[in-house]
Write a new protein. Structure first.
Length: 122
């Protein structure tokens, strides 16, 4: 199966277990791997024969900006479900969602979750 990979999708959102995270917000970064058959698009050279990843980026950013969840696992799942629903040609999606500046004392790294969902799972 073929893939389209989208890396470094950033948006400011309000997901987090701490109340201040849902008020003050923070930056999130998402990497997506979209599984679909690209053979037809490879022959036709037509956008209509592939996934328009501009829509996937827009949907991902919109969910991060407007939805509030306690867990990044739920945010990643919401992104996966929305993308699969948007384009039925996607057989599977992998979402890697990173919280770039988690409010944890003495921790300067980032925290990520990675989920994989298929059309049959959502």
């Amino acid at each position: 199966m073929d893939t389209i990979q989208l890396k470094g999708i950033r948006a400011y959102g309000y997901t987090g277990a701490l109340p201040e995270e849902q008020v003050l917000g923070q930056w999130f970064e998402v990497d997506l791997i979209l599984w679909l058959d690209l053979a037809k698009a490879g022959e036709s050279d037509r956008l209509a024969d592939t996934c328009d990843y501009r829509n996937i980026i827009r949907i991902t950013q919109q969910i991060i900006k407007t939805e509030k969840f306690a867990l990044i696992e739920k945010l990643a799942s919401a992104i996966a479900q929305a993308c699969l629903h948007t384009d039925p040609r996607l057989s599977q999606i992998q979402v890697t969602l990173s919280k770039l500046a988690a409010p944890i004392p003495d921790f300067g790294g980032e925290i990520s979750v990675q989920i994989t969902r298929s059309q049959l799972q959502h």
